[in-house]
Design a protein around this ligand. Structure first.
Ligand code: CO
Length: 173
């Protein structure tokens, strides 16, 4: 299976995804393919629904660089145990090319998740990684940048959003 990036308003992006239950080689092979897609597209994070796979799985690497993979994490079945503070910053999304909007998120979260072998981890995540995690966890719930942007940004980007809809409709024909 070759995974390809899905863009708004692909229906898979709007679905709530299912938990991962089998931590097997097939899972790990797909994760390897997802890393390829993420680096090819120049992302710092990628959620499984963005490649048409409706499961609770996300990848992140705050450097976004294949040459610095020290910050790579495979985050499966994530839960926010607690959170603190607020932070507003600019955010983009591979599924919304050419759109950048201010989004207010929690400043930090205590994250519990499983890795690709099914091991459970818990860690406090702050700053940019916290923003990535919250953005990608939104994807697992079918919540997108378009749902988080202000009414002013929705007007500002209405042309881009219409273009995305038209592109997807043309592909479907
Ligand atoms: Co996104």
């Amino acid at each position: 299976m070759t995974l390809t990036l899905r863009t708004y308003p692909d229906p898979v992006l709007l679905k709530k995804s299912a938990p991962v239950e089998a931590f097997d080689d097939a899972l790990r092979e797909r994760i390897a393919e997802m890393w390829e897609v993420m680096y090819e597209e120049g992302g710092v994070g990628l959620a499984a629904p963005q490649v048409g796979w409706s499961v609770q799985l996300l990848l992140m690497n705050p450097t976004g660089s294949k040459d610095d993979r020290s910050g790579e994490r495979v985050v499966i079945n994530p839960q926010v145990v607690k959170s603190w503070g607020k932070a507003k910053d600019q955010e983009g999304c591979l599924s919304f090319p050419d759109i950048l909007v201010d989004v207010t998120r929690k400043a930090g979260v205590r994250l519990r998740w499983q890795d690709e072998h099914g091991e459970t981890h818990e860690e406090d995540v702050n700053e940019f990684p916290a923003r990535i995690v919250q953005h990608e966890m939104d994807h697992l719930e079918g919540v997108l940048l378009v749902h988080r942007m202000s009414p002013v940004d929705r007007i500002r980007y209405r042309h881009e959003l219409e273009e995305l809809k038209a592109t997807l409709a043309a592909k479907a024909e």
